[in-house]
Structure formats: structure tokens, C-alpha cells
Design a protein around this ligand. Structure first.
Ligand code: GAF
Length: 427
């Protein structure tokens, strides 16, 4: 859970600066942007040190940051809304104050503050713990105690939709602090630091794909990442040029990586790797004999091995597509669609992390002519994707909405995404 609101209007740097100044009473130093992600294919392979192929989406978390003037500034009136700002004065000079545009039930912006020295996992509200985890890891990794700053956050990544809003928040906070405190972290260090913040402070045993997608991906590309050593290739992924759209289908079923079966899946994979005497399932050959595993272990391992193969096959098809004839091109796009469906089936039946809403979404999208569709992210809720021709947006969306209504599910949120750029200063 992050602080993100799910508005789609991209804020401008001027807007962020004005909101910041209205809240904290002084001008920020600048603003930063970190995108959410859609993993095209390669699910539950990252913590098995295998392959993933995410895009950074054109929705992001935005952070304006300022260093407090000596003596600290008091909370102000928010001139944009006329409301009293909920910002408390800093408790100490070294306090980090954070205000999010995400509203609580009473319509108040979320806000909180902490100091780097007082951080203890499990003691802060969920949304604040993502930022606090980054501060904690900065101290442990670099020896720099950050403090005396204020942050204002807005977001266009829907919360709880499985589009990695929490990881985008961590990345946005990190790149802002990296610049203001001149930490000099490279991309690899940023990816690993935000992963440790999530694992050790937030307490969610997640892998590396979401942070890497947000930090390392170039606009118009998917990131082919080897999660064993973080070596990466940018794979051209221009949906417009191909006459395609990638729809996100947010099932609105909530999920949590700290509480769902995510940790149990990870544990089974690690136990299975130990049975084979390897460090990770990545080390196993595609045709390894799984006979000595339990039924459950066999299914989980089969998913990981086959999913890694599907990622490699998708990358080859996308790379070949660059230099193919028109007829070949159509065949290749269809083959990619087939791989997405195979990924979904493997996640649903072998890895058992889908849910009935996502299965219905995939079936309805395919029934309406989608090229491919699958659940994305950790599972147990969140979103699916459908790869479609550009003229199929209404047909596929309507089919999914109708199927949800027929099953008595709440209305899904459906929207197209494209491959945006990775995290950066926003000005
Ligand atoms: C979640 C996790 F955060 C990722 O690390 C990854 O394991 C994904 O689920 C499943 O592929 O998004």
C-alpha cells in the first residue's frame, strides 16, 4: 500500500512546487518521478534469479523535496484548496516530514514524520514505512543520516492494482534523497537498496523486478533483465508503431505481498532448489527430472523453469520482429500473445497465484479477440493485461466489464499503458 492517488492527470513541476510551498512554507529544491511497471512476462522468476521483461508505465509517483530552512517552517494554509494544511511542525531539526496527496476517509491528506535514528520496522503506518525503509537503508548502506527535509507526494499509479505503486514510491524517495544528499548511488545500488528497504523494513519478501523496472528502463523499451547479476538489455517495445495496445485490467481485488501466499511460494522454491543442491531454481536445466519433488514442489518448479523459457522466447520474437516481413510480423505478435496465455495458465494451475476474477478477465479478453492476456505481479488479486490490436479497445474492455457483471464482481478499471521512461528528476 502506498500513498498514491489514482488520478490520471500528470502533475507539472510547477504544480508540485506550489503545493509544496503552500504546505511547508518554502520553495522545494526540485521534484522527481518514478514510474510503476507492467511486467510483460516473467512472473515469480525474479527471486529465483531468473529472467523478467517489464516495461515502466506512463504512470508514476512524483516527489517534491526541500531542505528545511534553519529553525524549521510551521504548517501553513493550503492555498490550492483553502484547507488548513495538516502538516505538524517538525518535532526535531532532523525530522523528515512527508505529506501525500492521498486522502484519508475524512478527506485529509496523509502526513507523517520520523527521524532516521528512531526507525523501527513495524511501527509506522504502511504507506509511511516505504519511505522510512529507504531512509533506514540509506543510513545502513552509505553511513549518511538523512534528515531536515520535507517531501510532498502525488501519484498517478493506482494503489493496490499490482502496478507497483509502493516500489515506485520507494524509488521516487530514493532518487530525491540521492540528489539532495549527494549520495552518488548508481542504478544497480539504487535497485538493491530499495529492494532491501522493502524486504527488511516493510517486511515484504519481494524480488527485484519492480524496482529494476522503475529505475533501469528506457522509454519505448522493455527491460530484459537477468535477475542473477542484474545484467540488462533494452528491447524496443513500441506498441503504437505495431498498431497494438496493452490494456491493464485492474480487478480491484486487493492483495498484499506481506500477507498473501507470496512468501510461501518463495519458500517452496528455495526448499526445492536446496533439494537439487543449487543456489536458485535458475540453475536447473529446462529438462531436469523433477521426480524427487512433492507434487506441490514439482508444480512450482515447473512454473519457474517454463516461465524463464517463455521470457527468453518473447525476447527473441520481439528482437526478430524488428527485422521481419509483414507476414512474419503478424505471426510473431500472435506467438507473443500465445506465450502470455501460457504464462497465465502456468501461474493459475502450477503456481496457483491467480484468482477467479483474473481468470475471468483473461478468458473474457481472449474471447473478445485479444492476442494474449495474463495476470501480472504477485497475484491473489491486482491486475491482468491484454495485448490487443489498437481497434479492439472497446470490444475487449466491454467484454471484460460484461463478464465481471455476469459473475457478480465489482466493476474493473481498464486502461491502456505504454512504455514510459525510468525514474528521473522531473523538471
Ligand atoms: C511482486 C514482487 F514485488 C516482485 O518482486 C515479483 O516477485 C512479482 O510479484 C511476481 O513476479 O510484484
Amino acid at each position: 500500500m502506498s500513498t498514491a492517488t489514482s488520478t490520471t492527470a500528470t502533475p507539472t513541476p510547477d504544480h508540485l512546487a506550489e503545493e509544496f510551498e503552500a504546505l511547508f512554507g518554502y520553495r522545494p529544491l526540485g521534484s522527481f518521478r518514478a514510474p510503476g511497471r507492467v511486467n510483460v512476462i516473467g512472473e515469480h522468476t525474479d527471486y529465483n534469479l531468473g529472467f523478467v521483461l517489464p516495461i515502466a508505465i506512463d504512470r508514476a509517483v512524483y516527489v517534491a523535496i526541500g531542505k528545511r530552512p534553519e529553525g524549521g517552517a510551521e504548517g501553513r494554509i493550503d492555498h490550492s484548496t483553502g484547507e488548513s494544511a495538516t502538516v505538524e511542525p517538525p518535532r526535531r531539526g532532523e525530522s523528515i516530514r512527508i505529506v501525500s496527496d492521498h486522502r484519508d476517509r475524512a478527506g485529509q491528506r496523509l502526513s507523517g514524520q520520523f527521524t532516521a535514528a528512531e526507525l523501527v520496522p513495524g511501527t509506522l503506518p504502511g504507506w509511511l514505512s516505504h519511505a522510512a525503509g529507504v531512509v533506514d537503508e540509506i543510513a545502513k548502506t552509505t553511513g549518511t543520516t538523512v534528515g531536515g527535509v520535507d517531501l510532498y507526494i502525488e501519484s498517478t499509479v493506482p494503489v493496490g492494482a499490482g502496478l507497483s505503486s509502493s516500489h515506485a514510491l520507494e524509488v521516487a524517495v530514493l532518487i530525491a534523497l540521492d540528489e539532495v544528499f549527494v549520495l552518488g548511488l548508481d542504478d544497480r545500488e539504487k535497485v538493491l537498496l530499495t529492494q532491501r528497504a522493502e524486504n527488511d523494513f516493510v517486511g515484504a519478501p519481494t524480488g527485484i523486478v519492480d524496482q529494476a523496472a522503475s529505475i533501469m528502463t528506457e522509454a519505448g523499451h522493455a527491460l530484459f533483465l537477468d535477475c542473477r547479476d542484474l545484467s540488462a538489455r533494452q528491447i524496443p517495445f513500441d506498441l503504437d508503431a505495431e498498431g497494438l495496445r496493452l490494456l491493464v485490467i485492474d480487478s480491484k481485488v486487493s492483495h498484499s505481498h506481506s500477507e498473501s501466499g507470496y512468501g510461501a511460494r518463495r519458500k517452496t522454491c528455495e526448499e526445492s532448489a536446496a533439494i537439487f543442491g543449487v543456489d536458485s531454481l535458475r540453475e536447473l536445466a529446462d529438462d531436469v527430472d523433477l521426480g524427487e519433488l512433492t507434487d506441490e514442489q514439482r508444480k512450482r518448479v515447473r512454473h519457474v523453469i517454463s516461465e524463464n523459457a517463455r521470457v527468453r522466447a518473447t525476447v527473441e520474437l520481439l528482437a526478430d520482429n524488428e527485422r521481419s516481413t509483414v507476414a512474419d510480423h503478424d505471426d510473431r505478435i500472435r506467438a507473443i500473445g500465445d506465450l502470455l496465455v501460457a504464462s497465465h495458465e502456468s501461474l493459475a494451475y502450477d503456481y496457483e497465484v491467480s484468482c477467479v476474477e483474473l481468470d475471468v478477465a483473461v478468458a473474457a479478453a481472449m474471447g473478445a479477440g485479444a492476442l494474449g492476456a495474463r495476470m501480472i505481479g504477485g497475484g491473489f488479486g491486482g491486475s491482468g493485461i491484454a495485448l490487443i490490436h489498437a481497434d479492439q479497445v472497446s470490444a475487449v474492455s466491454d467484454a471484460v466489464i460484461t463478464a465481471f457483471a455476469e459473475h457478480g464482481f465489482g466493476k474493473p478499471d481498464i486502461f491502456a499503458v505504454s512504455a514510459g521512461g525510468g525514474a528521473a528528476r522531473f523538471d
